[in-house]
Design a protein around this ligand. Structure first.
Ligand SMILES: Cc1cc2nc3c(=O)[nH]c(=O)nc-3n(C[C@H](O)[C@H](O)[C@H](O)COP(=O)(O)O)c2cc1C
Length: 412
């Protein structure tokens, strides 16, 4: 067995990245203190640049304490010790995120204003700029704001749509700053080298449920975590991603088109209508092999001491894909969950289902496979067998993509 070495730089991580966080005068500024803290914990170097108004909401001391670094607010303090000019700032950074971005700052960016350190730094920057608008719903929906947002998009800035919800002022509507788990995905995408750009990736995840009466179903232990991680990693690396998922308790990944399904038949139908548009298809779902032959309209009573349910096979999605995919244009990757003879079982499935690559989950260990956050994958293709280290599911997903890219398995 070959061992695949962990790449030195993970494709989708904040480690060592230099990020400018521009904070402006919105009530949501306090939320970004948490983001800065998380980025610092994840070993990013964060320079916070605050507008004068932002300082009315959160002190610079809060941000410097959380980032462990300088907080810059004054454009004309370049001669002071420990400060840096707007040009130097943007040259040193990998990415700028403006969060929260007020209507006022967005308007100033629209017209290329350079009247404070943040706007001047952005104007001088040749790096990705993400804008996270946050404001009252009326301010957000105002035609002036909407027009400004359209203009900043044409300038190449990425605008992350605000969320709908209750506002600090008591109104309800669109304008809330999204949660970090959403925003961080877009930020990671901007920081990645985009090696999956141009790929249309279809991922399946989670279990399926096969109902046999109105209250009960047959399912399995799949949590969907591995498939979701593969979809998230693909999005971060620049792919257009569609995720067909059975029922899970996971948040839908940011930037990913999600098609929720329940039964194996629904997953089959969704996959069959999607796969022809995909350049990569990764089948990580744990599809129920069987379903009940009968659909009871009434809940089955427990009058009898025993209950016999007749099971019939579900359609085999992977088999159908293996027969229909064009191996010259499409990469088909399957998953298997095995507790012994990983290589033998994996190779059997690889051949039988006509796959280019199979990832075998080692479910013999409690820390691998179903439900848990970590996994240990064995990759088998026509070149050989590669055992990945035991790691978190998101890192395992990244390593799977690394393998696919490095071994030139992509078709377009
Ligand atoms: C309590 C309070 C909350 C505010 N919240 C927001 C907000 O969420 N979004 C926004 O666009 N403006 C908000 N404003 C208005 C901005 O602070 C104001 O437009 C300011 O000039 C923005 O300056 P800056 O963009 O340079 O930070 C708020 C003002 C106050 C007094």
């Amino acid at each position: 067995m070959l061992f695949f070495l962990l790449p030195k730089t993970m494709h989708t991580s904040f480690v060592g990245k230099r990020i400018i966080v521009g904070v402006t005068g919105s009530i949501a500024a306090f939320k970004v203190a948490g983001w800065v803290s998380t980025l610092a914990q994840e070993e990013a170097e964060v320079d916070v640049v605050m507008t004068e108004s932002a300082k009315r909401f959160v002190t610079s001391l809060t941000f410097s304490s959380l980032s462990g670094r300088r907080v810059l607010t004054n454009m004309f303090s370049a001669e002071e010790e420990g400060t840096i000019s707007h040009i130097g700032l943007s040259r040193e950074a990998d990415c700028i995120i403006v969060a929260p971005a007020t209507a006022q700052t967005i308007a100033r960016l629209t017209y290329g204003f350079a009247d404070d350190l943040l706007t001047t730094t952005i104007l001088a920057a040749d790096i990705p700029v993400l804008i996270c608008p946050a404001m009252n719903v009326k301010m957000y929906e105002h035609p002036a704001t909407q027009k400004n947002i359209e203009i900043v998009k044409t300038l190449g800035y990425k605008v992350i749509e605000p969320e709908c919800g209750n506002m600090a002022c008591g109104d309800y509507g669109k304008g809330r700053l999204p949660d970090w788990h959403q925003v961080s995905e877009y930020l990671l995408k901007e920081l990645s080298d985009g090696d999956l750009k141009g790929q249309n990736v279809l991922v399946t995840a989670g279990p399926t449920r096969e109902r046999y009466d109105p209250a009960r179903f047959i399912s399995n232990r799949s949590s969907g975590k591995m498939g979701f991680a593969i979809a998230r990693a693909a999005f971060r690396r620049g792919a257009e991603v569609t995720l067909v998922t059975g029922p899970t308790s996971l948040d839908w990944p940011a930037g990913v088109r999600v098609i929720p399904v329940v039964s194996a038949q629904q997953m089959y139908d969704a996959v069959m209508s999607e796969f022809s548009n995909s350049s990569v298809i990764i089948k990580a779902a744990a599809v129920s092999d069987f379903k009940s032959a009968e659909h009871h309209l009434e809940k089955i009573k427990k009058d009898d001491a025993t209950l016999t349910i007749k099971l019939v096979p579900n359609p085999d999605i992977l088999q159908a894909l293996g027969a229909r995919c064009d191996p010259k244009k499409q990469l088909l990757v399957g998953f298997a969950a095995e507790s012994s003879d990983l290589e033998k079982q994996g190779r059997k499935k690889l051949e039988k289902k006509n796959l280019a690559l199979i990832a075998v989950n080692n479910i013999a260990s409690a820390q691998s496979g179903f439900e848990v956050d970590s996994n240990q994958l064995v990759l088998i293709d026509h070149n050989g067998v590669t055992e990945l280290p035991h790691t978190s599911k998101i890192k395992a997903a990244d390593m799977l993509w690394d393998y696919i890219v490095k071994n030139k398995l992509l078709k377009t």
